[in-house]
Design a protein around this ligand. Structure first.
Ligand code: SF4
Length: 496
C-alpha cells in the first residue's frame, strides 16, 4: 500500500474545480499524475496568452505589490508576502495568496476599499461563464475565512466592444462584473464541496466513476487516455455525429460500437449515414446532384483559403479583442475543369498589420472572372467582409469577391458524397484522407490552423524564439496544402 503524504494544502482553486467536474480526475491528479499527457504546444500557447492578459489586467489597478510565488509548489513565501503587504497598507496586491483549513486561494488582484477589500479574478474570456463564478465562490470562501473583509467579488473579462486606437487602454479593454451576490449565495455549497473533495484527496483508493458527458464539461479531462482506454479508437458511439448527448444514452445502454446500434433506433439523417457506414460499409454517391453542383462552378476557379489570428489584446489600431485578422492566404487557380492549377500565396511579414498588403496582392491575384471556392465558405466570406469594413478603400472590390465565394464542403455536408472513412464528418481534415489518402498533412511541421495562428501571433509579438525563416516556410507549406487538398477533392467529385 502506498503512503500518501499530504502537501501543505490539500486543495487549491484549480484542484477544487477539477474535483467538482469529476472526483476521479482530482484523485488521479494527486495520486497518479504520471497518467496525464504532456502539455501540447497549442495548449501551452493558450496558457501563455492567458498570462499576457493577466499581466495587462494588473495595469487596470496600477501600483500593486506582486506576491507571485517563485515556485508554484511552494506558496509559503506568497502567503507571508500577502500578509505583509496588507499590514503595510498596500492599496493593491497582485496574486494575493490565502490559505484556510488546507485550501489555498491565489487571487489575481486584491484592491483596498475603505476598511475592507475588493477581490478581482481575471479571465481572458469575453463573458463570465458559470465555472468562473464557481471559481470566485471558492476564492471568496478562503479569503473571508482567513479573516479578510471582502466588500465585493468581481470577475474581470475582456470587452469586445473596445476598439484600439493608439496604446492599449486597459480601462476599456477590460470590464468588471460584480458577482458578489452569487458567490455569497453559493457559500454553503462551497463548504460542503470542500469537505467532500478533501475526503477524495485523502482516500487510498481511486474513486469509481464511469465515463460520461462530464469528461468534456466544462473542460476536456486530461485523464481520458486512462479512463477511456476500453473505448475503441474508431467506430464507437462516442464519435456519433451531431450527438447532443445521444452517445451517452447509447453507452449507458451498453452499446459501445456504432455498428451495434439497433436498426430501429431513431437517428438524424447524418447519423444514419455514419452508422450505416460502420454497419454495412455503405458509401453514398449522388452523381446527379454532384454533377449539377459542379456545373454551376464558374472558371477560372480560385481554390482559396485564409489563415487568421484572433489576439485577445488587439495588436493594431482599428481592431477589437479577438477580431479575426487574416495574415495569409493560399490560392490555386484552375482555368478549366481538371486543368493543372497555378499557385499564388501571401504571408504577412509580421512587422505590422498585414491586411493592407494582403488585400492589395489578393486583388491582383484574383481576376474579375470566375468563382472563389473555399472549404467552409462562411469563414472566408466573413473574413472578406471584415476586411471590407476595416479597409473601406477596398470595400467594393472585397465585397464583390465575397459574392463569388462557393463552398466545396456542400456536397459532403449535404451527404451527396459519403464514404465510411469520413466517419460522419465533412471537414477537409476528414474528407481529404478518405478521398485522397496519398495527400497528407502528417509530414508538415504545421498541421492545423490553430497552430498556424498561434505561431504567427508569436511572430507579430516578437515572441517567436525558433528559426523564423523555417517557420515562414512551414506556414506557407501548410496553407498551400489546404488549397491543394481542395483541388484534389474537387478532382474526385469530377470523376463521379
Ligand atoms: S476521463 Fe472522465 S471519468 Fe476519467 S477522470 Fe476524467 S472526467 Fe473523470
Amino acid at each position: 500500500m502506498r503512503t500518501f503524504v499530504p502537501p501543505m494544502h490539500l486543495l487549491s482553486k484549480s484542484t477544487y474545480l477539477r474535483g467538482k467536474q469529476c472526483p476521479k480526475a482530482l484523485w488521479l491528479y494527486k495520486h497518479r499524475p504520471e497518467l496525464r499527457p504532456p502539455v501540447s504546444a497549442g495548449t501551452q500557447a493558450i496558457f501563455d496568452s492567458g498570462t499576457e492578459v493577466g499581466l495587462l489586467a494588473q495595469q487596470r489597478f496600477p501600483g500593486g505589490v506582486d506576491c507571485t510565488p517563485e515556485h508554484h509548489y511552494d506558496y509559503a513565501p506568497a502567503l507571508a508576502a500577502t500578509q505583509a503587504a496588507m499590514a503595510a497598507g498596500a492599496p493593491v496586491i497582485y496574486e494575493a495568496a490565502f490559505q484556510h483549513d488546507g485550501v489555498l486561494a491565489a487571487l489575481d488582484i486584491l484592491v483596498r476599499d475603505g476598511d475592507g477589500w475588493i477581490a478581482v479574478e481575471v479571465k481572458s474570456s469575453t463573458r463570465v461563464k458559470e465555472q468562473f463564478v464557481e471559481d470566485a465562490a471558492l476564492q471568496y470562501h478562503v479569503i473571508t475565512a482567513s479573516g479578510v473583509a471582502l466588500n465585493a467579488m468581481h470577475v474581470m473579462v475582456i470587452d469586445t466592444s473596445y476598439l484600439r486606437q493608439g496604446a492599449v487602454d486597459v480601462q476599456r479593454l477590460f470590464k468588471l462584473e460584480d458577482v458578489t451576490g452569487q458567490v455569497r449565495a453559493m457559500q454553503p455549497e462551497v463548504q460542503a464541496r470542500i469537505a467532500e473533495l478533501k475526503a477524495v484527496v485523502q482516500a487510498e483508493a481511486e474513486p469509481v466513476v464511469g465515463i460520461g458527458a462530464h469528461c468534456d464539461t466544462p473542460y476536456a479531462c486530461d485523464f481520458k487516455g486512462h479512463c477511456w482506454a476500453h473505448i475503441p479508437a474508431k467506430g464507437s458511439v462516442l464519435e456519433l455525429t451531431n450527438a447532443r448527448e445521444k452517445q451517452w444514452e447509447l453507452y449507458a445502454r451498453g452499446i459501445v460500437l456504432m455498428k451495434d446500434i439497433p436498426a430501429e433506433e431513431p437517428l438524424y439523417t447524418s447519423q444514419s449515414r455514419q452508422v450505416d457506414g460502420w454497419r454495412y460499409d455503405r458509401s453514398i454517391v449522388e452523381g446527379e446532384r454532384i454533377r449539377a453542383w459542379l456545373g454551376e462552378l464558374r472558371y477560372p476557379l480560385h481554390h482559396f483559403d485564409f489563415e487568421t489570428v484572433m489576439p485577445a489584446v488587439p495588436l493594431f489600431d482599428g481592431t477589437r479583442p479577438y477580431q479575426q485578422l487574416p495574415f495569409q492566404y493560399s490560392l490555386h487557380v484552375q482555368t478549366t475543369p481538371g486543368a493543372e492549377p497555378t499557385h499564388r500565396e501571401f504571408l504577412g511579414d509580421a512587422s505590422g498589420d498585414p491586411r493592407e498588403a494582403l488585400v492589395q496582392q489578393l486583388l491582383q491575384d484574383i481576376g474579375p472572372e470566375g468563382d472563389l471556392l473555399a472549404y467552409n465558405a462562411s469563414f472566408e466570406r466573413a473574413c472578406l467582409r471584415g476586411l471590407a469594413r476595416d479597409l473601406p478603400q477596398h470595400a467594393p472590390a472585397l465585397l464583390a469577391l465575397a459574392e463569388r465565394v462557393k463552398d466545396l464542403e456542400t456536397p459532403f455536408k449535404k451527404g451527396w458524397y459519403y464514404v465510411p472513412a469520413m466517419n460522419g464528418q465533412s471537414s477537409i481534415k476528414a474528407v481529404l484522407p478518405a478521398l485522397v489518402p496519398a495527400l497528407s498533412y502528417a509530414d508538415l511541421e504545421v498541421q492545423e490552423g490553430m497552430m498556424a495562428s498561434l505561431r504567427f501571433a508569436q511572430l507579430l509579438r516578437g515572441e517567436y524564439t525558433g528559426d523564423m525563416e523555417q517557420l515562414r516556410r512551414d506556414l506557407l507549406a501548410y496553407c498551400k496544402m489546404d488549397t491543394l487538398a481542395m483541388v484534389k477533392v474537387l478532382g474526385v467529385l469530377e470523376g463521379v
